[in-house]
Design a protein around this ligand. Structure first.
Ligand code: ATP
Length: 303
């Protein structure tokens, strides 16, 4: 029986994010478009006789039971009544507090990996309830690709047309707390049930870059208030991305990372070089479709 599994936990960006209002349960009613990108953390799972332990090479990531990956393992162990434990090792590449869903992705990778190592046979459907309890973005990472997120963002529907594009990711190096951004937003939230920008976009089936003008991120203003240093970077980053031909330049989730989407590789590389020349941390990557995400999962290696 396999005892070790090495997997990739990919990052996401939110192509658009609408906050429709506050729900009775205290969470926000969202409508968002998730997109996986090929930036990833490496996660290694090693079965051990007892207990869940976690190690991570990033100073801002907890190495105790509060780590979302450890919580995922503990939740699955209890649910499956598994007698053995697991040692989790995370090599971070996804910026922490960057709005790229790193913690949620780690948690989903652990659920999927342990489902396999522990031979529980739950699959993404069987894991989705546990995923939901761990965090609103975790269910999305059981699926990947281009997907619509409704309710708290945890009701996820894959889109028929999957996006294929080049991505430039810009990390201003500022940690933004998602909870604080939402709290700030609450002080001036006006319910917008009739907002339809994401539906307009989806109904255009990702055809032509013109559809991107329908997308918006309702968290951006609150994120810029929460992290005033980010405002200085925001205008310039967006301007460079658009100048080089991005069809969309936006903040991901609650920030702090901005991204640009490009149909072709050359302009993406030019934008990345221009941002790097200004001393910014920028990288070029690709989007991953649902199918590519599944394939990557299939290639996860037992050792
Ligand atoms: P969010 O999902 O809140 O939008 P984010 O993408 O902005 O998150 P994450 O990188 O997921 O940011 O980290 C958010 C916080 O979660 C960090 O402050 C970190 O201390 C904590 N955390 C717990 N477990 C992890 C993990 N495995 N990886 C990254 N952060 C984690």
């Amino acid at each position: 029986m396999a005892r070790t599994l090495k997997l990739r936990a990919y990052a996401k960006v939110n192509l658009g994010l609408e906050v429709l209002g506050l729900r009775d349960d205290g969470y926000h009613e969202l409508r968002t478009l998730f997109q996986t990108i090929d930036l990833h953390d490496d996660v290694v799972l090693r079965l051990q006789p007892r207990g869940v332990s976690v190690r991570c090479d990033h100073p801002l990531v907890p190495q105790d039971a509060t780590n979302l990956a450890a919580r995922a393992a503990e939740a699955l162990r209890a649910y499956g009544r598994v007698p053995t434990g697991v040692a989790i090792e995370i090599r971070k590449r996804i910026p922490v507090g960057g709005g790229l869903g790193g913690g949620s992705s780690n948690a989903a990778a652990v659920l999927m990996g342990l489902d396999r190592l522990w031979r529980l046979g739950l699959g993404p459907d069987g894991l989705s309830r546990l995923a939901r309890r761990l965090g609103a973005d975790v269910p999305y990472f059981l699926l990947g690709g281009t997907a619509l997120g409704l309710a708290r963002g945890d009701e996820v529907y894959p889109l028929r047309r999957q996006l294929r594009a080049h991505v430039v990711l810009v990390d201003p190096g500022i940690h933004v707390s998602t909870a604080r951004v939402f709290a700030r937003l609450d002080t001036r939230l006006t319910p917008r049930e009739k907002s339809n920008s994401i539906y307009y976009f989806v109904s255009r089936e990702l055809e032509g870059s013109g559809a991107y003008r329908f997308l918006q991120n309702d968290l951006e203003e609150a994120a810029l208030e929460e992290a005033p240093a980010l405002r200085e970077h925001a205008g310039r980053i967006r301007a460079v991305l658009l100048r080089e031909g991005a069809c969309l330049a936006a903040l991901s989730g609650s920030g702090s990372n901005y991204f640009g989407l490009f149909e072709n590789a050359r302009p993406a590389q030019r934008a990345c070089a221009a941002l790097a020349a200004e001393g910014r941390t920028a990288l070029v990557g690709r989007t991953l479709t649902l199918e590519q995400y599944r394939d990557a999962w299939g290639r996860a290696r037992n050792r």
